[in-house]
Design a binder for this molecule. Structure first.
Ligand code: GTP
Ligand code: SPV
Ligand code: MN
Length: 598
């Protein structure tokens, strides 16, 4: 039998002559022993065939075709609803290379341990071979990945999230060995047998025992962040957990901005923001909502490419007021994961428009009423939507070189301490602000939500090497930039004494963006505080804003006592990263401590 199975990979069946790729697929088939091997071509016919298969097997539930044409609901195993950081590993030869920020296994242990789990894991199943491209077709910065998976759900999601099929094989060509080798098997979803292992020195990812998002769609966090950050360090560029947006002012002057916020902290919303009426004449456009590959251009500017082709966005909280462009993006051809379903076959989640219906089917498939004690949609329920559905997709979203960046924003979810906006004094201080960023954990990863942790540059779960070295890499980038973009820290999530958000957020964040852009162009002054530069009285445009001046004051306030506590709590990070933390970052903290001591 195994011989027959291996024969299913016979070269004539495969849509490529690349012997390295063929040999690897054969090797993986020998290991996992699928009944059948299907090479994905990314065609419409294939999408329809696999969608039908998924519906027949109950993996996808068709939604009401009049309300949501081409849309489907997937209910994942309740055991696999978010990324699992404690089961995610970086497997480098030297343990130090992975750093204290990553779980580590030696490559040998990783291949051995997972190899045992993968052995025969696709018996009775179909192996899909997904060639995909991260980045625009034709861009010299794009990367080819091949994901082998036994999950139709993964294939259909990858089809939306990446440029999939022929285009990737054409980019790879007949002889190149330069492709990411991704192997994924759902197995029985037993968390005891779940591992997401990265082998950056082999450009390889092995993921087993999970079917969910960032654990299973290997192009996204595994390749475009963990492996790419590792490659970026070697090749002199950056892979970041950042949205990319365009902002055109009423005079027609256009700038691009990148912003790093941790998981479920507002990237998709900021990238698709609709400015308030006061900002008539401004146009916001989206390049990307989650990942940015940053390079130094020939002109000495920082240029950003979005490697993705779609959005894997948080559903709860999304509505026509908070994010009308996301709502438009999910009107058709979207896959919903773990949202609730209405009686007439539409989707529902906490925070969507309107009152909760009297009856729903919750994300587990059980009846739900507004009296129910549990949420109808899982807090980390998501939509997968093609970026081309976004009404404000930027015209340069497919440009080979990406877009030049005028400002960099870091931001976390902080109920206290961090003001609405603050600009760093310079690049090194900006790296310090990003490096020491704290944020409350969210439902995007398993574990307790709402706990403040250090999430440097929103990359704690995604940096594929020692994060102290990563700060060093950031610091080095400055030397190659003719005019480094200014760096800002923001916080949309500060709370008042009543426990409510002080700042209305969403589209109103345009007010902060306008100040950021004015600063980037040298059009407006700022007040110097010991922590950083903040808007002078009157510079932050709050005209027409529906909150009290006192709320604005509290949202923007810098409380030195709170910051002393903050600085102390940063000490833990500094101890943890002692071995590789660049002196510059340490000195920035020391200077700040001495400033605050005065
Ligand atoms: P990932 O896809 O996990 O990387 O998340 P993300 O950073 O793209 O976060 P997203 O924009 O999806 O927002 C996550 C949650 O925060 C959603 O429930 C949003 O409704 C909410 N949110 C986003 N922006 C704001 C804001 O400005 N203010 C408030 N209060 N909530 C926001
Ligand atoms: C995140 O958690 O930052 C995400 C979702 O963007 S996932 O793809 O599941 O990682
Ligand atoms: Mn993300």
């Amino acid at each position: 039998m195994p011989d027959n199975r291996a024969a299913a990979t016979k070269r004539s069946d495969a849509p490529t002559n690349n012997s390295k790729l063929l040999a690897w697929v054969e090797e993986m088939a020998k290991l996992t022993q699928p009944d059948e091997i299907v090479w994905c071509d990314g065609s419409e016919e294939e999408k329809q065939r696999l969608t039908k298969l998924a519906v027949d097997k109950g993996i996808l539930i068709p939604l009401n075709p009049e309300k949501r044409p081409g849309c489907y609901l997937h209910r994942s195993d309740p055991n696999a609803v978010a990324r699992t950081e404690h089961l995610t590993f970086v497997c480098t030869r030297a343990k130090e290379a992975a750093g204290p920020n990553n779980n580590w296994m030696s490559p040998k242990d990783g291949y051995d341990k997972l190899g045992k789990l993968f052995a025969g894991s696709m018996k009775g199943r179909t192996m899909y071979v997904i060639p995909y491209l991260m980045g625009p077709a034709g861009s010299p910065f794009s990367k080819v990945g091949i994901e082998i998976t036994d999950s139709v759900y993964v294939v259909l999601n990858m089809r939306i999230m990446a440029r999939m099929g022929r285009v990737a094989l054409d980019t790879l060509g007949d002889s190149s060995n330069d492709f990411n080798r991704g192997l994924h098997c759902t197995l029985d979803l037993d968390p005891e047998k779940r591992f997401i292992c990265h082998f950056p020195e082999d450009n390889t990812i092995w993921s087993i025992g999970s079917g969910y998002g960032g654990n299973a769609l290997l192009g996204k966090k595994c390749l475009a962040l963990r492996i790419a950050s590792f490659l970026g360090r070697e090749e002199g560029w950056l892979a970041e957990h950042m949205l990319i947006l365009g902002a055109e002012d009423p005079q027609g002057k256009k700038h691009y901005v990148v912003a790093a916020f941790p998981s479920a902290c507002g990237k998709t919303n900021f990238a698709m923001m609709v400015p308030p009426a006061k900002f008539k004449g401004w146009k916001i456009t989206t390049i990307g909502d989650d990942i940015s590959w940053l390079r130094i251009g020939k002109d000495g500017r920082l240029w950003a490419v979005n490697p993705e082709n779609g959005y894997f966005g948080v559903a709860p909280g999304t509505n026509k007021k908070t994010n009308p462009n996301a709502m438009a993006s999910i009107e058709r051809d979207a896959i919903f994961t773990n949202v609730a379903m209405t009686k007439d076959g539409d989707v529902w989640w906490e925070g969507i428009d309107g009152q909760p219906p009297a009856e729903l089917t919750d994300w587990r498939g059980n009846p739900w009423t507004p009296e129910s004690k549990t949420p109808a949609a899982h807090p980390n329920s998501r939509f997968t939507a093609p970026m081309r559905n976004n009404p404000i997709l930027d015209a340069k979203a497919d440009d080979d070189d990406g877009v030049p960046i005028s400002a960099i924003i870091f931001g976390g979810r902080r109920a206290t301490t961090v003001p609405l906006v603050m600009q760093s004094f310079n690049w090194a201080h900006g790296v310090y602000l990003g490096a020491t960023m704290g944020s409350e954990t969210t439902a995007a990863a398993t574990g307790q939500a709402g706990v403040v942790r250090r999430d440097p540059m929103a990359m704690l779960p995604f940096c594929g090497y020692d994060i102290g070295d990563y700060f060093g890499h950031w610091l080095k980038i400055q030397a190659h930039l003719a005019d480094p973009p200014p760096i800002f820290l923001v916080n949309w999530f500060r709370k008042g004494t009543d426990g409510k958000f002080l700042w209305p957020g969403y589209g109103e964040n345009m007010r902060v963006l306008a100040w950021v852009l004015a600063r980037a162009q040298g059009d407006v002054g700022a007040s110097e505080t010991p922590l950083g530069m903040v808007p002078r009285a009157g510079d932050l445009d709050v005209d027409g804003l529906d909150i009290t001046p006192e709320q604005v004051r509290q949202a923007t306030h810098i409380d030195l006592a709170e910051w002393r506590t903050e600085l102390e709590s940063q000490g833990e990070l500094f101890t943890k990263l002692e071995k590789t933390l660049p002196a510059t970052v340490r000195l920035e903290r020391e200077i700040l401590i001495s400033r605050l001591a005065n």
